[in-house]
Design a protein around this ligand. Structure first.
Ligand code: LMR
Length: 309
């Protein structure tokens, strides 16, 4: 399994790599490629040294590079972490124009060098629109091979259910994050337990959890982000055992949402990176109104970058 991580010298990568290489996620060892920009190469060399000194069980080979062709050629999975980071006081969408160029370059590199079967997980914010940009620049790769990241929000929701509603983590299933990975995202537990009614403060806690972490750490979440990434790719690769989980996916008219955008939606994942959108769930009117607000925001994000295509 040839796996590329972009932003290889960054803080999410530093948490993600040990998790990725210390368990047998893909039933095989990993050929790992870490890409970063030229000014970060010295730092990346330090990461390489630490990897060498760790002797991780599931690392087969390691390349560090700032060269796109070396990074993207022949990969099976790309985890796109690299982007301009959100700083205190910034909304994720403030990063849009800064990140457009980065994802244009990466989409083009995917298209030029990767196999059409490559799978891509976009993590850098604003995730849904960065995923859309990447997808637009890689027309050779089917849109369903791209997912954007909302698993961290799902884990945050699971924590809230334990902490406030006394649920057990192992019982929690079929919870959904709808919409944009932003302060408009919509947590939904109605398919898990229809007696639990999230109040406005619960919704706001989930929507703003990323910002709350940034406020305290002065850095965006990394440990929890890495943990959610492992869960996302593990379920994407092995399947979700009939559980509904949330991926940002390319919408083709589910729930009459607008097409041609990546929206966090309920999916079931099957073996070998297959998934399908669960498009027949009931959505109550309050939730639907909130989802429509989030999708309107997504539309605005796309509007802000569409002219750059
Ligand atoms: C998060 O949700 O923690 C990350 O997306 C970082 C951020 O900008 O909030």
């Amino acid at each position: 399994m040839k796996v590329l991580i972009t932003g290889g010298a960054g803080q999410i990568a530093y948490s993600l790599i040990p998790l990725l290489l210390s368990s047998n996620i893909f039933n095989t060892k990993i050929d790992l490629i870490l890409l970063d920009i030229e000014p970060c190469m010295e730092k990346l060399e330090g990461v390489k040294m630490e990897l060498e000194d760790s002797n991780f069980e599931y690392l087969n080979s390691l390349i560090i590079t700032s060269d796109l062709k070396t990074a993207f050629s022949d990969i099976d999975l790309a985890i796109l972490l690299g982007g301009f980071p959100r700083l205190p006081g910034m909304e994720r969408k403030d990063l849009l124009e800064k990140n457009f160029e980065i994802f244009k370059i990466q989409g083009t590199a995917l298209n030029d060098y990767a196999k059409p079967s490559v799978k891509v997980l976009v993590v850098a914010n604003p995730v849904n629109t960065n995923c859309w940009i990447t997808n637009k620049f890689s027309p050779n790769i089917p849109s369903e091979n791209f997912t954007s990241y909302s698993y961290l929000d799902q884990e945050r929701l699971a924590y809230l259910l334990q902490n406030k509603y006394n649920q057990r983590y192992e019982d929690i299933k079929n919870i959904i994050i709808w919409g944009n990975h932003s302060s408009t995202m919509v947590p939904d537990v109605s398919n898990y337990n229809s007696e639990i009614k999230l109040d406005n403060s619960d919704i706001s806690t989930i929507q703003n959890r990323g910002a709350s972490v940034i406020e305290k750490r002065k850095l965006s979440s990394a440990m929890s982000a890495a943990n959610g990434i492992i869960k996302h790719i593990t379920k994407w690769f092995h399947g979700s055992d009939d559980e509904i989980i949330s991926f940002g996916v390319y919408n083709t008219n589910s729930y009459k949402f607008p097409e041609d955008m990546f929206i966090s939606m309920p999916v079931k994942a099957y073996e070998n990176f297959k998934y399908s959108v669960i498009d027949d769930l009931e959505i109550d009117s309050k939730t639907r109104t909130l989802i429509d607000i989030s999708i309107k925001e997504l539309k605005e994000e796309i509007y802000l970058v569409k002219h750059l295509l």
